[in-house]
Design a protein around this ligand. Structure first.
Ligand SMILES: Nc1ncnc2c1ncn2[C@@H]1O[C@H](COP(=O)(O)OP(=O)(O)O)[C@@H](O)[C@H]1O
Ligand SMILES: N[C@@H](CCOP(=O)(O)O)C(=O)O
Length: 338
């Protein structure tokens, strides 16, 4: 269920008059999605996505518009919001803030192959290269301060061992990251597989920037590795790991501090989702009927990251090393496993 505010054809046809995107042909509510009402809109000039914002920090919407405008202008595969005849992107419709986007092609990869992984690493590396110059500001809503503040609310729902683990981990992160300034810029903040669209091996688009913010670039990269390059047991899938990192590092090598903090950042971003998913279940359940994501997945990942430190301190290799296997080789260098 992801249409919380239904719209009629007439409402949308009138709304489209504000833009130069053609006349409405079809309107369809999108059944996925968890937070906003999303519609696929077809006109005689193309395909679009209309989003009505149902919850969240509405005052942050101008930040998301500016960030997407900026990244789209830098040729990143993101849906730049459509601006109306007066140059305005952020609108109101049915009493909700509304944005219109181009519809990006493709579907979410559940088991990405190595070429798809490399395409993601490449896009993220390019994004982080340019996002350091983005001038907008939004504090990371899921940073260490947030972890520190909110983890206490879920402790009563955890076993003694898990309580101790969560407390110990957060104390470790505070020690490790205290006083450290890592390279920062605009980040996606939630770049899971289901926030990407692929046509075959081609990355058609990165969507759902509503966790977007300004923060440590390494945080974004670690979220990606945990979701994209973990196997069913939660262990690192080394081939995917190498494909993503190799492509990423070709655009943005990590500095020494980032390499040192990499294993800790992988743990911290695993805990970030363990906690956010626990909060959804125990503390802030959604008002509507939706199947919550499983917190145990990220508890497992955290355990695996503690037991098996990832295979390398990521540095770009001087020579391209191509992934083995049946996928089409990419031309990007892989990470070394020193
Ligand atoms: N620009 C886009 N192009 C193509 N599909 C999109 C686009 N934006 C959203 N979608 C589709 O709509 C679904 C819900 O959008 P999303 O922004 O993730 O909503 P929510 O914030 O409610 O989770 C996505 O999973 C995707 O299938
Ligand atoms: N992709 C996340 C959901 C978004 O995180 P949140 O902190 O904004 O709830 C997940 O898989 O849990």
């Amino acid at each position: 269920m992801a249409v919380f505010t239904p719209l009629s054809d007439e409402q949308v046809a009138d709304f489209l008059e504000r833009y130069t995107v053609g006349r409405l042909q079809t309107l369809k509510g999108v059944p996925h999605g968890t937070e906003n009402s999303t519609f696929f809109v077809t006109t005689d000039q193309g395909e679009w996505v209309l989003t009505l914002f149902e919850q969240g920090e509405f005052e942050d919407l101008p930040f998301f518009v500016d960030l997407l405008d900026y990244l789209a202008a830098q040729q990143l595969p993101v849906p730049g919001p459509v601006h109306d005849r007066d140059g305005v992107a952020l609108q109101r419709l049915a009493g909700r803030p509304a944005l219109l986007f181009p519809r990006m092609p493709g579907s979410h990869p559940s088991a990405p192959n190595l070429t798809q992984c490399a395409a993601l690493g490449d896009a993220l590396g390019r994004m982080h290269q340019v996002s350091q110059r983005f001038t907008g500001q939004r504090t990371n809503p899921r940073d260490l301060d947030w972890l520190t503040r909110r983890h206490r609310e879920v402790l009563p729902y955890l076993s003694d061992d898990d309580q101790a683990l969560m407390r110990r981990e957060i104390a470790d992160y505070a020690d490790a990251f205290g006083g450290v300034e890592l390279p920062a810029g605009a980040i996606h903040g939630d770049l899971f597989r289901d926030n990407t669209l692929y046509e075959g091996d081609r990355l058609g688009g990165i969507i759902d920037f509503y966790n977007g913010c300004t923060g440590e670039l390494l945080f974004d990269l670690a979220i990606v590795i945990n979701d994209w390059a973990s196997d069913d047991a939660g262990d690192i899938d080394e081939a995917r790991y190498a494909a993503i990192l190799g492509a990423y590092l070709a655009h943005r090598p990590l500095n020494e501090q980032e390499r040192e903090l990499w294993p800790t950042m992988l743990r911290m971003t695993a805990l970030r989702y363990w906690l956010s998913r626990l909060l959804v279940i125990h503390v802030d359940p959604p008002a509507y009927d939706i199947t919550p994501h499983d917190p145990a997945r990220f508890r497992t990942l955290l355990g695996r990251r503690l037991e098996a430190v990832p295979p390398n301190s990521p540095t770009p290799s001087p020579e391209p090393v191509l992934p083995d296997g049946p996928t089409t080789p990419t031309t990007v260098p892989m990470a070394t496993f020193d």
